[in-house]
Design a protein around this ligand. Structure first.
Ligand SMILES: C[S@@+](CC[C@H](N)C(=O)[O-])C[C@H]1O[C@@H](n2cnc3c(N)ncnc32)[C@H](O)[C@@H]1O
Length: 320
């Protein structure tokens, strides 16, 4: 993976004219044998992640604090922060809580970091038996060990006690206008159908002078199909799934909703809603892009940039 920074985007000068989001389900009805394969992949992925991701999550968190100091001039302990799409473990929410920030985590799904019988029943009622049992298995097998390791390595006393995590849709938030110094969101936007609506909400809840740091995993990248076998193409490419399968035969459809937006569409949506002050992209997978694959996918409208850009991270200010 290679990070490329593109600082100094003009921001706030371009105007948005009729932006249309592609609301396409990447997923489709999945036969049982494929589901079983995907469960095995999920198990292997979480086993790797249970030990591997703690360091990355802490580094990412420290970067967020650095940006908060640099762009807003506010110390984390006195900042009001939103972790948008905090996920079931609410990792960044918990770390900001440990920093002494006033932080809220929101997610469309019920957080499962304290997975008692009540949470299980709520998950069952809201997300159905398959997801509820998957969350329970993940909680028992991996999440506890992961968060113990995370809290131990963070170097500040951390816990979920008193944490503010709510079920809320990013496209219709229940917060007042101008509430947050920082809105942070990682690996969430690609799951949202109406990205322009979510970004308008981000702009609304940001304080003047506040910033949003938001990244999106790009669908057309090698790992963008959310096939766990291709989660880390440069370090552990799989033998049994063709590269860019999701844009070609799609033999391993993802079990989650993906909006399929491309980088230029994200740029247009950000420029319409907020004032972008910095953009960085992460590249991956160049050695897997053989000439015949590139030609095949060019015929479907994917450029080399589409195929090799894994994710984009925008830093944006409130549009006044
Ligand atoms: C891949 S997870 C990322 C979680 C977390 N940000 C992290 O980096 O670990 C994506 C999360 O986005 C949430 N999500 C998807 N659509 C959402 C929406 N419209 N509003 C709020 N959360 C949403 C999902 O429920 C899921 O927990």
């Amino acid at each position: 993976m290679r990070a490329v920074s593109r600082p100094g985007r003009a921001g706030c000068v371009r105007h948005w004219k009729g932006y249309h989001v592609k609301a396409v389900m990447a997923g489709q009805p999945i036969p049982l044998h494929q589901k079983a394969k995907s469960w095995i992949e999920t198990y292997k992925h979480h086993r790797r992640a249970a030990t591997g991701h703690v360091g990355n999550d802490i580094s990412y968190h420290l970067e967020l604090i650095g940006h908060l100091n640099r762009y807003v001039g506010v110390n984390v302990s006195s900042a009001r922060i939103l972790d948008l799409g905090c996920g079931q473990k609410a990792v960044q929410t918990a770390l900001f809580h440990a920093d002494g920030a006033t932080v809220s985590g929101i997610d469309a799904e019920i957080a499962t970091f304290s997975f008692g019988p009540r949470t299980f029943l709520r998950a069952l009622a809201s997300h159905g038996p398959e997801r509820a049992f998957k969350s329970l298995a993940r909680h028992i097998l991996f999440d506890g060990a992961y968060t113990r390791d995370l809290f131990e390595k963070y170097g500040k006393p951390a816990s979920y006690d008193g944490i503010d995590v709510r079920v809320m849709d990013a496209t219709a938030m229940a917060f007042d206008d101008a509430t947050f110094d920082l809105v942070s969101s990682k690996a969430v936007l690609e799951h949202i159908n109406d990205v322009p609506a979510a970004l308008r909400e981000v702009n609304r809840v940001l304080k003047p002078g506040g910033i949003a740091i938001i990244n999106a995993h790009l669908f057309s990248s090698l790992s963008g199909g959310h096939c766990l076998a291709w989660a880390d193409p440069d370090r552990s490419p799989p033998q049994n799934v063709a590269p860019w399968d999701h844009l070609r035969e799609n033999r391993h459809p993802p079990g989650v909703y993906l909006n399929r937006m491309k980088l230029p569409e994200y740029r247009a949506a950000f420029d319409a809603a907020l004032c972008v002050v910095d953009e960085a992209v992460v590249l991956e997978g160049e050695r897997h892009l053989l000439k015949d694959i590139e030609i095949e996918l060019a015929a479907k409208g994917y450029t080399r940039e589409d195929l090799l850009t894994r994710e984009v991270r925008f830093i944006a200010r409130k549009r006044q």
